[in-house]
Design a protein around this ligand. Sequence first.
Ligand SMILES: NC(=O)c1ccc[n+]([C@@H]2O[C@H](COP(=O)([O-])OP(=O)(O)OC[C@H]3O[C@@H](n4cnc5c(N)ncnc54)[C@H](O)[C@@H]3O)[C@@H](O)[C@H]2O)c1
Ligand SMILES: O=c1ccn([C@@H]2O[C@H](COP(=O)(O)OP(=O)(O)O[C@H]3O[C@H](CO)[C@@H](O)[C@H](O)[C@H]3O)[C@@H](O)[C@H]2O)c(=O)[nH]1
Length: 438
Amino acid sequence: MKKIAVVGTGYVGLVTGVCLAEIGHDVTCIDVDQEKIDLLKSGKSPIYEPDIEELISKNVASGNLRFSLETQDAYEVDVIYIAVGTPQKKDGSADLQFVEEVAKRIAHRVKNDVVVVTKSTVPVGTNHFILKMIQEHLQAEVRVDIASNPEFLREGSAIYDSFNGDRIVIGVENDRAALILEEINKPFNIPIFKTDIRSAELIKYAANAFLATKISFINEIASICEKVGANVEDVSMGMGKDQRIGSQFLNAGIGYGGSCFPKDTNALLHIANEAGYQFQILSSVVKINETQKSVLIKKAKERLGTFHGKKIALLGLSFKPNTDDMREAASIDISNQLVEEGANIIAFDPVAKNAAKKILHPTIQYVDCIKEAIQDADAVFILTEWKEIVHFPITNYVKLMKHPIIFDGRNCYHLEEISQHSIDYYSIGRTTSKGIDR
Ligand SMILES: NC(=O)c1ccc[n+]([C@@H]2O[C@H](COP(=O)([O-])OP(=O)(O)OC[C@H]3O[C@@H](n4cnc5c(N)ncnc54)[C@H](O)[C@@H]3O)[C@@H](O)[C@H]2O)c1
Ligand SMILES: O=c1ccn([C@@H]2O[C@H](COP(=O)(O)OP(=O)(O)O[C@H]3O[C@H](CO)[C@@H](O)[C@H](O)[C@H]3O)[C@@H](O)[C@H]2O)c(=O)[nH]1
């Protein structure tokens, strides 16, 4: 059992802290955000993530887990994980201000030997920059080792992913740090891949960029499918059955969003550029994703002519299901454009309503059920494949809408089923269904 501090209690820090406590470590989760710490102390999670509140209660009760504002005591540990944000700067590079701040605070606070582990996604060279910052500001005579331990969890299945990951990557430069990291992670029973620090840092960006590439690739195949009358779902299925390709991350849609792919692809382009290399594939991946965000609007404009005065229902607002995260969600650009062109928007999301209210246009109305959203709507846009939307009976669109027109950005419904109903149905990379009586 190790005494661990996790600095930053966002999606990654909170999940990391909770899971490390669950496997028996003594964990203090630290944040500078008083509101978050107060909420966590009351047993509530500031983020929506399946199973997290149960694990928080269980581990707080067992004494393995506690939450703290930034104090001296909180740093009296063997290992400190850095899990603060590394958002995108205007030039596309990663903003390291929070990481730098934490490094300085560690230097001022630590009183015993520690290993500083970076979980945040950071450009190559950042772990060494962190060590330099700590050494420059260190107040006590202690040994500080560093390790890169990039995180691969997905939002919405973060706890599951932490216990079922394909690998744990550890970048180290000495045996002491390697041994401590191996010991900490052993109970997860996940293969550990040990490498040097710079490679570990790059693995994270390369993995996200590759997944983003798969998505942009299938989105381009979807556009070709629409032109040649093929079905992207079958193409994707047929490709994915080849184990060298793999079936995951080949779902065509309205592009990737979220807190990671958009910022990490741009950061990697910046890293490559700084190193004097033009990463051409990745530049295209990013451009294709930008274009993909507008395909639904384009289809809708062709069908409806104008959005002015139209009642449009948006189903699903978060960047993907099972999360309340709105960062880089497709709903942001799409709703902004619809509002700008005079549409009246009624929105439904089973979880992200409150998060959406903070960033979407104030004229948008929110409702708590799909039926209410689509009642008398001129058109429906499906932006997130929440199970509530996927399993919503198709007959309800016919019963409740004036003249059912659906623009589905996530291919939620089977074409065969939808074609049994009087619905105009436009999806991605599949033929348009005009319904039985048209
Ligand atoms: N969200 C994901 O799914 C995911 C997955 C893998 C990796 N990552 C990476 O992990 C990092 C964190 O991402 P996130 O989504 O958890 O971020 P987040 O914005 O949800 O959380 C960051 C937290 O750090 C806190 N913080 C900032 N400065 C601090 C300081 N000086 N001391 C203590 N706390 C401080 C903030 O208050 C916030 O609670 C990023 O580098 C991200 O790229 C994220
Ligand atoms: O076949 C697919 C798969 C995903 N997406 C979209 O891609 C985005 C990202 O999805 P996902 O990867 O499931 O979510 P994240 O939580 O952002 O997780 C990614 O980003 C994290 C942060 O770096 C990494 O840790 C994870 O491994 C990586 O999957 C979402 O908008 C999805 O709708 C598609 O369009 N098609």
